[in-house]
Design a protein around this ligand. Structure first.
Ligand SMILES: *Cc1c(COP(=O)(O)O)cnc(C)c1O
Length: 395
């Protein structure tokens, strides 16, 4: 393993990758810094974000919810209304276009819950690329509907039978594929994780969320919001929501991790709250690991938050204190899922319900002239079966 001092967020991030991938990462970095300011690329991406994915998404004042909670006013950034039902399409379209720019004809991805695999399959279909998705066979069984969707969208789904047959094993297989096929293949990473330049690329493609919040809030409310709250799995919807506000010191930023059955139970997915610093998936960051550096199993009712590491920029924000990280349990998230459904007629993704649950708690302690923007990263249609099961019933 080689280590190179580029792409660090303070003590976090870096490029911990096998020598065979360093060239591919450098090429990606070079191409990305070219297209970053290229107006043709930006225009093309904007076209797909607007006409295909459904941007800009509304900023909605959840008055009914705010009235029930009694306190601060809660606004929802409606990423749940995007094509595919979540923010993931922002990044998938950006990287698929980047792949085309680099002359690649094939994109590969790995997926746990299947949401990123579906977003990748959609972006590949519309942009004329071939998508191949690695997925643990255990996850494939649990997420059959998303496997069917990916295949319907024209992607090839490869079952991974190694190890625990889940996300981390799928990541290893995707890496192996990339090393073997780097000349025609782009590895489309799904969150702000992995070796440099991925955390930066994915954050930038998601930063449209925060830029829109800033413009929409200014126009409909005036000034800046007091709080922005987003859930943190790998951390892409949060990084994208926060980016435009990082230098606006009056805006408090809150990242919500999955506390599962409680931090003390050990059954959670909150490396920023209960983890320690280590190296995994090409980056130095907070991880859930045991004393021997073995990666621990995670648990969350929200499949998209069930990850044992976190994007390195979040580790940096934790260290500098720019973002406050908090935990929300399965029980609290499911309750928020139900509350929003009933009060506003919006079924939020279980991931987003974590952010919402914290915003509800927070709002109750604040005066009415305080404003909280919650990023509703996705819609919850995919989660109704999990919620029914959690409540002890069946569909
Ligand atoms: C995948 C997913 C997440 C978690 O990913 P981040 O990179 O932390 O944003 C959150 N919400 C939804 C709806 C998702 O599909």
């Amino acid at each position: 393993m080689a280590k190179k001092k580029v792409g660090w967020f303070g003590d976090f991030g870096g490029q911990f990758a096998p020598e065979t991938l360093m060239e591919a990462l450098s090429a990606l970095e070079a191409e990305y810094s070219k297209i970053r300011r290229d107006t043709t690329f930006r225009r093309e991406l904007n076209y797909y974000l607007r006409s295909y994915a459904g941007r800009p998404t509304p900023l909605y004042y959840a008055k009914n919810l705010s009235d029930i909670v009694g306190g601060a006013r809660i606004y929802l950034k409606r990423e749940d209304l995007l094509h595919g039902g979540a923010h993931k399409i922002n990044n998938a379209l950006g990287q698929a276009l980047l792949a085309k720019r680099m002359g690649k004809t094939r994109v590969i991805a790995e997926t746990g819950a299947g949401q990123h695999g579906v977003a990748t399959a959609m972006a590949a279909a519309v942009l004329g690329l071939h998508a191949e998705v690695y997925m643990g066979s255990e996850d494939m069984e649990r997420q059959r509907l998303n496997v069917f969707r990916m295949r319907l969208l024209g992607a090839t789904v490869h079952p991974v039978d190694a190890g625990s047959r889940t996300l981390k094993d799928a990541i290893n297989e995707a890496m192996r594929d990339w090393i073997a096929n780097v000349s025609n293949t782009h590895y489309l990473v799904g969150s702000v994780v992995g070796p440099h330049p991925y955390p930066t690329i994915v954050r930038d493609f998601q930063s449209v969320i925060g830029r829109e919040i800033m413009v929409q809030f200014k126009k409909s409310v005036g000034g800046l919001p007091d709080y922005i709250v987003a859930c943190v799995g790998g951390g892409s919807n949060a990084a994208g929501s926060f980016q435009a506000f990082v230098d606006e010191k009056k805006v408090k930023l809150v990242g919500v991790q999955a506390a599962g059955q409680g931090l003390a139970s050990g059954k959670h997915a909150a490396p920023l709250l209960a983890g320690s610093v280590g190296v995994m998936h090409g980056m130095r960051t907070y991880l859930l690991q045991d004393d021997n550096g073995q990666i621990q199993l995670t648990h969350s009712v929200a499949a998209g938050l069930d990850y044992s590491a976190v994007g390195p920029e979040h580790s940096y924000f934790k260290q500098t204190g720019r973002v406050e990280y908090v935990g929300v349990t399965d029980e609290e998230a499911v309750k928020a899922f139900e509350t929003l459904s009933r009060s506003e007629g919006i079924i939020p993704a279980l991931e987003s319900s974590h952010a919402l649950a914290y915003a509800i708690k927070l709002a109750a302690t604040l005066p009415h002239d305080t404003t909280i923007v919650v990023t509703l990263s996705g819609r919850g249609d995919k989660d109704v079966e999990s919620v029914a099961k959690f409540r002890g019933s069946m569909l």
